[in-house]
Structure formats: C-alpha cells, structure tokens
Ligand binder design. Structure first.
Ligand code: ADP
Ligand code: MG
Length: 312
C-alpha cells in the first residue's frame, strides 16, 4: 500500500490488543499481495496482464470492489477512474526524474485508459478489457478498502474502541478514544505544512484525505502532484486538499480523490447534489497555475455536521 498502517487500541488486556492488532495487520499483508500492481503475482497484475485477451476470474470481494469503482466512475463523470494505470505509471517514472512527460506520451497513455473499457461479468466474477494497454491502479481506493477489512476483523475480535490509520490518508475511528470522547484527528494545512487546517472529532466513521503535499515534484515553478485528471492525463491543480467522511473507508478514499480531481467549483456543486457526502475542501477557483506552499486558499465545509469539525 506504500504506507504504514497503525492501529491504536484500548479497553482490552495487552495480550488481547496484541492478538487483535496482529490478526488485523495480517489482513493488510494479504490485501497488499492481492491488490498491488507492483507484485507480479497479485490479482491486479494478473488482470492487467491477461484481461485484454481473456475473461479473468477474481475473488468475490474484489469483484464487488471493482463494481463499486465502476459506479463511482459513472457518478463522478470519470473523475474517479481506476483504469488510469498507464497515465499514473507515466507520471510516476517522470516524477522520480523531475521531468514532465511529452504531450505525445500523455496522449498515448490517455488513449490506453478509461473505465469504459472495463467489462464485468457478475455470473462468473470475471473482468475483461475491451482494448489492450489498459492497466488498473487501485491506488485511490485500496488503502480505504484495506481499512474497512481491518475494521471488520477488529470488531469481530471484540474490539470496541480503536483508531486505524493508513498513512494519515485514510483513518477509521471505532468507538471512542481513551478518555471516552470521539477520536480527535488533526488535518494538516496543505499549504502551510507546519500548521493545522482543522480538527475532526471522529466516531464510528472513516476519514480520507487526498492532497498533493507528499507525492509531487516542482518543474519550472509548477507543482505536479500524483492525482490525475483522467480526461487530460495531467495532475489536478485546483485543490490543495480534500477530506471526506463516510461510514466506509473505501468510499471516503474514492470520493476524496474524485473531489480533488473535480476542482473547487465542481466539487462544491457535486456535494450539493449528494447530501450524503460530507467533505472539507481546501483549494481555490482556477487561477491558471498550480497551488504552491504559502498561497492563500479557501475552505468549504460540505454537508459536515458543525459539531464534529473545528477549523483552525
Ligand atoms: P493517497 O494514496 O496519497 O492517499 P489518493 O487516495 O487520492 O491519495 O490516491 C492517489 C493515487 O490514486 C495515485 O497515486 C494513483 O495511483 C491513483 N490515481 C490518481 N489519479 C486518479 C484518479 N483520477 N482516479 C483514480 N485513481 C487515481
Ligand atoms: Mg483516494
């Protein structure tokens, strides 16, 4: 998953805590082996290698996840798109060398992307691509999916209070913190990284944040992040960070990425049309250049209960 998973537990004996946490972290290992596109024997690598030529059968829960991803792709008008591996791979290799890919290579990668080419057959739980070159990349939803699975294992093992943290980008709070109040989560200010943006009081809910604060590079004064606008094949630049709350961590993870891609105005209208989506947006209207550290940003609270958020 490219990040550290942490579990904070209380309310049980030391050995019960250790057993429950170890059991949950084993689940993360199994999911990493299933979902990583960097492991040649993972289900995702098998799909990427074979689904252009054959129907590829997948485990039931992974099939359900792919179905959900396709629904979110449709609902977000393609802003959330897991079939963008060709584009994300291109930017990743260029990011390491701090170079911007050529327009030709971006166009080629865009032509090899798009969930519209991903077909699912529920009867046999199988996947097939309608063209070659398509690569699935579950980077925007995999951590959330793993957090949901960790949470259900912890609950099954009798854990009533815990905080699960996947690399600070997706968290889930079960029950209460040691003092009996909701878990208190600080959100980092994306343009003043030493400062806080807001505090969220989280209880039996997931919280995911998408931001360009860690995975980015600067070339000729422009910041290029790791979240891609699938239609253009270029990094999204209007948002500084997007945090989403949801009962499911896979869902909060997916929508945090989708709203980041939509940009400032569109993300707000999307939230107005989707009252179940609770989000904290930090960004600004399109200004012709990417957001830099120190820039002024706007904050919008969308469908968020004012009792659980305190803006710094
Ligand atoms: P993080 O993984 O840093 O918490 P996200 O959840 O937003 O952040 O996921 C970003 C990752 O998702 C990228 O590294 C890439 O693998 C993938 N990705 C980038 N753009 C998109 C997109 N528009 N739709 C779906 N996945 C994306
Ligand atoms: Mg995400």
């Amino acid at each position: 998953m490219g990040c550290q998973f942490e579990i904070y537990l209380h309310g049980l004996s030391d050995s019960e805590c250790t057993d429950a946490a170890s059991d949950a972290l084993d689940e993360v290992e199994r999911l990493e082996a299933q979902l990583s596109r960097y492991r040649p024997d993972s289900d995702i690598s098998r799909i990427n290698a074979e689904a252009a030529s054959n129907w590829v059968g997948v485990e039931g829960r992974l099939f359900d996840l792919l179905e959900r991803c396709i629904e979110i792709y449709r609902e977000t008008d393609g802003c959330f798109d897991i079939a963008t591996g060709a584009i994300t791979q291109l930017w990743q290799t260029h990011r390491q060398r701090r170079r911007v890919p050529s327009a030709f290579r971006i166009r080629t990668a865009v032509s090899r992307s798009g969930t519209r080419t991903v077909n699912l057959q529920p009867k046999t739980s199988s996947v097939r691509f309608s063209r070659s070159g398509i690569q699935l990349d579950l980077g925007a939803v995999g951590k959330g999916y793993a957090v949901d699975r960790v949470v259900s294992r912890l609950r099954r093992n009798g854990v009533a209070d815990a905080l699960v943290n996947a690399g600070n980008s997706t968290l889930y709070a079960i029950g209460s913190s040691p003092g009996g109040s909701p878990w208190k989560i600080g959100l980092q200010n994306p343009v003043q990284p030493a400062q806080s943006l807001a505090t969220i009081f989280l209880q039996d809910s997931a919280l995911s944040t998408s931001a360009n604060t860690e995975q980015y590079f600067i070339h000729k004064g422009i910041r290029y992040g790791h979240i891609i606008v699938p239609s253009t094949g270029r990094p999204a630049s209007e948002m500084a960070s997007v945090s989403v709350l949801s009962p499911s961590a896979a869902i909060s993870d997916a929508y945090a990425t989708a709203l980041f891609v939509m940009g400032w105005e569109r993300a707000q209208s999307f939230c107005e049309e989707h009252p179940n989506l609770s989000a904290l947006l930090a960004g600004r209207p399109a200004a012709g250049r990417s957001i830099q550290n120190g820039d002024a940003i706007h904050i919008a609270l969308c469908n968020l209960d004012p009792h659980i958020v305190r803006v710094s």
